[in-house]
Design a protein around this ligand. Sequence first.
Ligand code: GAP
Length: 429
Amino acid sequence: MDLMEKITALCKRRGFIYPGSEIYGGLTGFWDYGPLGVELKNNIKREWWKDMVYDRDDVVGIDAAIIMNPEVWKVSGHTEGFTDPLIECKVCHKRIKADDEELVKTHEKEHGDKSTWTEPKMFNLLTEVYLGITEPKQKAYLRGEITQGVFVNFQNVVDSTRVKIPFGIAQIGKAFRNEITPGNFSFRSREFEQMELEFFVKPDEDRSKESFEFWKSERISWYKKLGIKSENLRFQDHDKAHLVHYARYATDIQYNAPFGWSELEGIHHRGDWDLGRHKLTYKDPDTNEEYTPWVIETSGGVDRAALFFLLDSYTEENERVVLKLNPKLAPYKLAVFPLLANKEDLVKKAREIYQKLSRYYYVAWDSRGNIGKRYFAQDEIGTPWCVTVDFQSLDDDTVTVRDRDTTKQDRVSIDKLEEYIDNKLSSLT
Ligand code: GAP
């Protein structure tokens, strides 16, 4: 099995990601997150919000509606320009995205020299929905990027908070695209989640470039800080021919996935495209100067981050599979076990510890099988620490804490467990 197959199987088997509506044969491009997957995604989103909103005094958050007045998408240029080129193989009629070079190459290899393509046709990526109960129903769109909700609320945020340019608006939420070729597991889906910052600056070439470089560096550092190996991340500038309609210039943060270097996050200089089109301006409260701000955007995919954190942390060593996830991202922070499931006093003490720690962390409980198997089961889902209540615990109120990565064990006083875990967590960068 290659790495993608191993991760896909692990995700299904252990409850990270399941195919969407699987019992009805699934639906291409839709995925459901299981009990561990939802924790991983929530942890990613929490870390992002903490770093992008709480740790900064120049960013505020919003949560806009998914369905907006369709006029928004006309004005923003999406009904016209939010398109992908589709080509069809004349041999087998498979349709793919013309600018997906990897896919085109792989397909051409399958057919040898015989593969020829139709001329590219542009397809709009917006997903239509119909509202109301009487005909004609009102046509609207599921948002193709979460971004427009920020722009249409620009004035509301300026009027209702104390932000002053330069400042940012952050948002996390679902977006939908009628992708031509969903694939590579959850990498390209039709429903996915984005975490975005729109940072508003004065319209100035040098200062906006400075901000663009600042956010590039912040964002790549964020992924590294949370554990993605440096050698698996790189920037890839967009060439002019492939620039999306709203961008003056743009860079992707790419991940070295098993299916090739792939976009994880986009950093875009959107200039005054959006606020200009929505006819929104900003009046400096100190100087009364009025202008259309420029926007530097960081736009990451939560699902892609989850997939790449899983791929990057997957390790096989000495017969065990370990997800070496940063403990901040791990679904469970801890697991608690009684050494033996049939010794009542061990189970009782372990249960008390489990209940106490569950008030602060998401904790796994396991009393099945032998201790070695339980460690292996927790390693495979990335649980950083396993707490075992053994016979010594009954005498001196201490437990063993086993570290996922080193497999070393510490003996820790039960009343010092929280402090022990908190110290470990706060020592992470
Ligand atoms: N607001 C800008 C914007 O939406 P984008 O480069 O089209 O920019 C940003 O998308 C991020 O959203 C991507 O880097 C990727 O992580 C995620 N994304 C985009 N399309 C996706 C899809 N079909 N499936 C999963 N994630 C996707």
